[in-house]
Ligand binder design. Sequence first.
Ligand SMILES: NC(=O)c1ccc[n+]([C@@H]2O[C@H](COP(=O)([O-])OP(=O)(O)OC[C@H]3O[C@@H](n4cnc5c(N)ncnc54)[C@H](OP(=O)(O)O)[C@@H]3O)[C@@H](O)[C@H]2O)c1
Length: 344
Amino acid sequence: MKIAMLRGPRDLRIEEQTLQPGSPGPDDLHIRTRITALKIGTDRGNYEGAERVPGAPDYPRWVGDSNLGVVEAVGRNVTRFRPGDRVVTREPHQSESIVSQYASIVRVPEGVADEDAVYAHLYALSAHCYHKAQFRPGENVAVVGLGVLGLGAAAVGPLFGARVVALANSPVRLEMAERMGAHAGYLSGDPDLAEKLAAFTDGQGIDLVILTANPWPAYRTALEIVRPNGRVAIVGLLGRGEAALDFNPLSMDLFYIKGISLVAVSGPSGYLYPDGTADPLRMQNRYAADREAAHILSLMENGRLEPKRLVTHRFHYSRIVEAYEMAYHREKSMLGVIFDWRDA
Ligand SMILES: NC(=O)c1ccc[n+]([C@@H]2O[C@H](COP(=O)([O-])OP(=O)(O)OC[C@H]3O[C@@H](n4cnc5c(N)ncnc54)[C@H](OP(=O)(O)O)[C@@H]3O)[C@@H](O)[C@H]2O)c1
């Protein structure tokens, strides 16, 4: 099988590897990839050689974690999936996989397009920003940073009952946010931002900020615009690959005096829901990652959520380096990038 391997900063290669012999084992699925999606934020950092994310592998390492394929065969203990099922996994950019049934796997409902479904896990993370921050319907939400995760948050928010304003550092991304359902969009550097947000929220302020950008100026914007006692859900990896910060990130005026909460968007959804860690299939938690992904797929099923609207580039896997180089150069017109793993 073919796999994209990052041998070092900006050294990405398609390599040939053999699948485990004798596979699939009793608890395994053999999945043949159709398409994978580029997860720009984290993978660009890996590609550039930015600070390693704790727990992530060092070079040489796989890349990507949004993989849509078809089940070819299942082991004798696997009952949840059958050959022929379309599934989304967190497998890397590779042409085939042997995946344990206990790994993250979600079946794609009939009628959902491949190019929507492949975003299930990324959009589940966008949804997790709301769940982890205890979002309540009717709240005013600002999404800062409009990559795939931010645009996902802008898209799912209105479906959850949020009034969403999107904040970007590029007008191209504001147009995309509007296309995905945001109620308003502004540049984060807009000198009249405070007045515009006050008008947008009818003076109530932003209850929840979802911060998806790594740079410190974006963090500062988030703390400035959230209302007193509001929450900032942080899914971005703050400071990763960025210049050192030039201000106190917990200064009294921004944190203590405002009485805000900073919420890390990782781990289970919070005290309202059991974490379900004892369950090998990790499905007991009401908002377990795969349950969130299944919910996201159900929204796609009835046409309310359509990530493929933002697919800007499609590449055969053999051109994967081109895509990573575009991400490296931060091409704003590039957002949804799909790699096709089928060889004609
Ligand atoms: N917590 C988790 O489990 C988890 C999982 C996956 C990903 N992540 C992280 O989540 C973040 C978002 O992922 P992504 O793929 O959507 O990343 P992305 O494509 O880098 O999106 C972030 C966007 O924010 C923009 N931005 C930077 N500074 C800004 C500012 N001051 N105001 C407004 N926008 C600004 C960036 O523009 P520029 O390109 O010009 O900087 C970029 O377009 C990344 O940090 C990623 O590593 C976290």
